[in-house]
Design a protein around this ligand. Structure first.
Ligand SMILES: [Zn+2]
Ligand SMILES: [Zn+2]
Length: 676
């Protein structure tokens, strides 16, 4: 036994430092000394080392370190006995625990010094883990060692090799019952913290080195999650939690891993997991914990792309959220972004709401889900029953307002489709300034912001527009070109018309002249916020916001009938998008109150900066549509979310509207709502 001889010299060095006294210590020291040569002594020491005095613990670690310094050779790995020594030594290190290594600088340093040896063995043993690690000791060691690293010498977790081992440990083998460990990967990602951009680069490199695609990596997580939830009542919740945590990390790692995590197969897996958890009868602490993790993962995914919202809504998350929210709530009763199920469910609803602001298809997906929910009495009853007495109250409020907003949007989008309130535009050529349907204008190809009625107008205006247009850098061009802005802009024009009475009153109170008036609409919070300001304010920011320059150019262009158009700044997902909207009061005029509808208070969708609501006093097409839909739902014995109910209501409204417009002698414009 070559190793044993090597160790004996060390024992001689230390024998003189033995503390005289306590017989306990004497016998312990003997035991520790024997741990150099006798495996059963080492095991005994390991099992008790957590309760040793610090001095003895240091001694134990000395011995472990010597074992771990053994060089790797194939002979050793094939032989069962030396492998046992190494495993016991690795195990001993983790059993000393984080507390020991964190205690002082000396201990930290000795761990860091020993790390190359520990790592060398972790790496060597990973290769053969499926054959030898029948009892899962290696997996435990791997898990605990990375955890100690995280607290004691976190820098090593940034090394490519260390990350690579974590990835390989996670991937495991293709064998169904093969071992894998997810915690080391989680520890490495946690180490990046705010430096996620760096982390994502390294992770991509590591995946490449391991010859694993991001899809492979994520598919592995999904397959493992699916395998666990197939066990239903006997799910391994802790492992499930780890897996979903890993998925959440993959989402945050940007680039290929994010892309891989935002596929519909992943969304489907998460929603199915959530459903399985909610169906579980036993509300254990672990169950609540996993539910929190799933919700957080969904929320994280939602913040990346709106397309993800389709996937999860299609999979049916919407009808799961009320129940999930009642799982646990912030005890303070003031949900704020946090780990609790209720606050995360609220954050998810808020993300979905933003998606609904800019996407017709999204509203329709949600509508279909709500139809399912409210049609099935059983489900609706269970929704009400699960709404708890104490927690979930705030969620209910958010849910109710979301549902009301969806109804409003469903009606409004249908009206838009039927040609209601089409968008107008103005030719930017100052000698032309023609006003007309936006769909008929051409856009400046560079900024896509400035509109022209013809090529000749564009040519005539280029010498003046080019200065502002060329000042735009890529970032601002991107903001101006975002395609999802069409609907929010169109809605902004509609709502500004709708609330014009309040807007006029408020602007007078603020002393803003009508020709100076601009509006900032924030879709990031609900009720949405509408602030009035003097558009000259934006001129102060032109250095930083050259995109406002092209808008200012339009505003400077003319003083002619400024009441027809307005600068609107749309705030969405913390970004500000300037746009010009045209107001046309005819679209929000009162129409005849549909008979047999009950007047009720509208949902407050917009407030000003002081929290005062904007209200519409008139029975305009939107309100009439909502009231009629509710009436028809009762008549047709369907829910208001039913497609035919909504179509019937909006068709009736448009008919009535055209009729009244014609009575006024006005000609209803028939324009396409597409914005090409
Ligand atoms: Zn331009
Ligand atoms: Zn023109």
């Amino acid at each position: 036994m070559q190793r044993a001889t090597g160790r004996r010299s060390g024992s001689g060095r230390r024998s003189g430092s033995r503390t005289v006294g306590a017989s306990f210590n004497v016998s312990m020291e003997l035991l520790i000394e024997n741990a150099r040569t006798k495996l059963e002594c080492l095991t005994l020491v390991n099992n008790n080392s957590a309760s040793f005095p610090p001095r003895l613990q240091a001694r134990v670690f000395d011995i472990l370190r010597q074992h771990l310094q053994t060089p790797i050779d194939q002979q050793l790995c094939n032989n069962d006995e030396p492998y046992n020594w190494i495993t016991a030594s690795l195990e001993g290190t983790t059993m000393l625990g984080r507390a020991f290594f964190e205690r002082n600088a000396t201990n930290r340093k000795s761990f860091a010094d020993c790390w190359p040896h520990i790592f060398k063995w972790l790496k060597a043993l990973l290769v053969i883990r499926d054959e030898y690690d029948k009892d899962g000791r290696y997996s435990q060691v791997l898990r605990d060692t990375y955890s100690i690293c995280y607290y004691v010498c976190p820098n090593v977790l940034e090394e490519d090799e260390v990350i690579e081992l974590a990835v390989r440990a996670y991937m495991g083998t293709d064998n169904l019952n093969g071992h894998y460990t997810s915690e080391p990967f989680i520890a490495c990602v946690a180490q990046y913290g705010e430096k996620m951009e760096v982390g994502s680069c390294i992770m991509e490199k590591v995946l490449e080195r391991c010859d694993i695609t991001a899809e492979d990596f994520v598919d592995k997580i999904v397959a493992r999650i699916n395998r666990i939830i197939a066990q239903a009542s006997s799910m391994d919740l802790q492992e499930l939690n780890n897996l979903i945590h890993t998925l959440g990390d993959a989402v945050y790692l940007r680039r290929s891993l994010t892309r891989a995590s935002l596929r519909s197969s992943v969304a489907s897996c998460l929603v199915t997991t959530l459903k399985t958890l909610l169906d579980d009868k036993v509300h254990s602490l672990h169950l609540v914990q996993v539910t929190r993790t799933v919700l957080s993962c969904v929320f994280a995914s939602l913040t990346f792309i709106t397309k993800y919202a389709y996937h999860i809504v299609e999979e049916g998350i919407l009808i799961l959220l009320p129940k999930a929210a009642s799982f646990d709530a912030d005890p303070s009763g003031h949900p704020k972004p946090g780990p609790y199920c209720e606050s995360t469910a609220i954050s998810i609803i808020e993300q979905l709401r933003i998606c609904c602001v800019c996407n017709v298809k999204m509203v329709d997906f949600c509508r279909e889900e709500l139809e399912k929910l409210y049609t099935s009495n059983v489900q609706f009853k269970s929704l009400r029953d699960t709404s708890p007495k104490t927690s979930g109250l705030t969620f209910r409020k958010i849910w109710d307002s979301f549902v009301a907003l969806l109804l409003e949007s469903s009606v409004l989008h249908r009206l838009f489709e039927m040609g209601y309130a089409p968008e107008s535009g103005t030719c930017a050529n100052r000698v032309c300034l023609r006003l007309g349907s936006r769909a008929h204008f051409k856009k400046c190809a560079r900024c896509t912001f400035t509109l022209y009625c013809s090529h000749s107008c564009q040519k005539a205006d280029w010498s003046s527009h080019r200065i502002r247009c060329k000042a735009l850098n890529d970032e601002h061009l991107e903001i101006l070109r975002l395609p999802y802005l069409h609907l929010p802009r169109k809605k902004a024009a509609f709502y500004i018309n709708r609330y014009r009475d309040t807007i006029v009153r408020l602007s007078q109170e603020k002393g803003i002249l009508e020709r100076d008036l601009a509006v900032r609409i924030s879709y990031d919070q609900f009720p949405f916020r509408m602030e009035l300001f003097d558009w000259h304010e934006i001129l102060k920011d032109l250095e930083e916001h050259p995109d406002f320059g092209v808008v200012a150019e339009m505003l400077h262009q003319t003083e002619v009938d400024r009441r027809q158009w307005l600068l609107v700044v749309i705030r969405m997902q913390e970004m500000e998008h300037p746009c010009i909207v045209h107001v046309d009061h005819k679209w929000t005029k009162s129409i005849r109150v549909p008979p047999h509808t009950s007047m009720e208070h509208d949902q407050v969708s917009f407030i000003n900066e002081d929290g005062k609501p904007f209200v519409c006093e008139r029975n305009d097409a939107l309100r009439a549509g909502i009231l009629l839909a509710k009436r028809y739902a009762v008549e047709m014995e369907k829910v208001v979310w039913n497609d035919s109910v909504l179509s019937r209501a909006t068709e009736k409204v448009i008919k009535e509207f055209e009729h009244e417009l014609l009575e006024d002698g006005a000609q209803a414009e028939v324009v396409s709502t597409s914005d090409k």
